[in-house]
Design a protein around this ligand. Structure first.
Ligand code: NAD
Ligand code: GLY
Length: 358
């Protein structure tokens, strides 16, 4: 078992990473003094696969468990679902001495975290992430929230969990596309912060394709360590934390133009990272060789790398709508070679985009 600490003073918490970790959940909750009464939030897909194991682990430690099931899908990450969670907690007479446990991917984690942040002005919660994306990204760092009809993640709070429990064994049942989408974020950490990790991902291609628990433990641990370091320096995203959005500005435009659900978020981020790497070459921060390595690694992970063929004007229109273009310029996270990145302001995004889309 590996452990990463997210060091945020009184709000610090451990991330446990291992294989066959679910039975150790109770031990982990005891270690952080988690309440004995637990509301387990999940969806039918994950509940069917892992709900019994998690419930058994909690009951074995004399915890009391109530289960809340919400339907599976991003379209349920809403204020309406949140209200249903509150209603259930009130029916159950949950008080401040109770806690919530999120068992699922980023949708369950974001919703549960925000319910925990706001119910009775805050009750403890833990994350048991079951997608690769949730294990390496969404369960760590305390961003919680729901979507609004007019935009994703518009309502939310920074609220840290008490513990994150990653069992890489659960990734065995993840559909291929979801696994690949999580890998886009793993690759991102190598590009923005850790050249040795990037090389390791290249070397471990086959083990990662086979979902080897050894390779996955290492990949999740290094990813969480990098995210923890960034979050420790800038919890509320006043500066450095923005580098975690590498590839996301272009990626979001790709997602919007191609249509949500057509391209998965992680796939759009993969394309967005290649666009960012090409932009870095144009602006003198990176080399063609970086782009070749990045596209090679993303392709090996089953991810797309070419932007869909929409005119540069369409990309710009989306970025303007997202308020990414301000006063004619755009703020972009650009990689400096492989292993470092920084925020830059680009004054002529039109020219840049036309060059990138040639
Ligand atoms: P998701 O939660 O929708 O999960 C993807 C699918 O996989 C779902 O159908 C789910 O039921 C299924 N699933 C989950 N675990 C499984 C398993 N082990 N085996 C089989 N199927 C499984 O999607 P996601 O990609 O995990 O998360 C996306 C969400 O995360 C978005 O809402 C996004 O906004 C959010 N997010 C949040 C942060 C953050 O910092 N809080 C960061 C990135 C993304
Ligand atoms: N997913 C980006 C962040 O947590 O800041």
């Amino acid at each position: 078992m590996r452990q990463v600490m997210v060091g945020l003073g009184a709000r610090s918490y451990p991330i446990w990473i291992g294989h066959a970790q679910l039975p150790k959940l109770n031990e982990a909750l005891d270690a952080v003094g988690f309440p004995r009464r637990v509301g387990l939030v999940t969806n039918p897909t994950v509940g069917e696969l892992y709900g019994n194991q998690v419930t058994a682990a909690l009951l074995a430690g004399n915890r009391e468990v109530n289960v809340i099931q919400i339907p599976d899908g991003e379209q349920y990450k809403t204020l309406t679902t949140l209200e249903q969670i509150y209603d259930t907690l009130i029916d159950w007479q949950f008080d401040r001495y109770c806690g919530l446990l999120a068992l699922g991917g980023g949708v369950i984690g974001d919703l549960t975290g925000f319910a925990a942040a706001t119910f009775l002005r805050g009750i403890p919660f833990v994350q048991v992430p079951t997608t690769l994306l949730a294990q390496v990204d969404s369960s760590v760092g305390g961003k919680t929230g729901v979507n609004h009809p007019r935009g994703k993640n518009l309502i939310g709070a920074f609220y840290q969990p008490r513990h994150v429990h990653c069992d890489v064994g659960v990734l065995a049942t993840l559909p291929e596309r979801e696994y690949a989408a999580g890998m886009a974020e793993v690759v991102k950490y190598g590009v923005i912060r850790d050249a040795a990790f990037f090389s390791w991902l290249e070397q471990e291609r086959d083990a990662l394709t086979a979902r080897s628990p050894r390779a996955l433990e290492q990949a999740v641990m290094i990813s969480c360590q990098i995210k923890a370091d960034v979050v420790e320096s800038d919890e509320n995203e006043q500066g450095l934390r923005a580098i975690l959005n590498y590839g996301h500005t272009f990626g979001h435009a790709v997602e919007t133009l191609a249509g949500y659900g057509v391209v998965r978020h992680g796939e759009a981020v993969a394309i967005g990272m290649v666009m960012a790497a090409r932009a870095s070459v144009r602006l003198g921060f990176g080399t063609e060789a970086d782009v070749v390595r990045l596209t090679g690694l993303l392709r090996a992970r089953g991810l797309p790398v070419e932007p869909p063929a929409f005119p540069a004007e369409d990309y710009l229109a989306v970025m303007r709508h997202d308020k990414k273009v301000r006063d004619g310029g755009i703020r972009l996270v650009l990689n400096h070679g492989i292993g470092a990145a920084d925020l830059h302001r680009v004054e002529t995004p039109e020219t840049l985009l036309r060059e990138l889309l040639l």
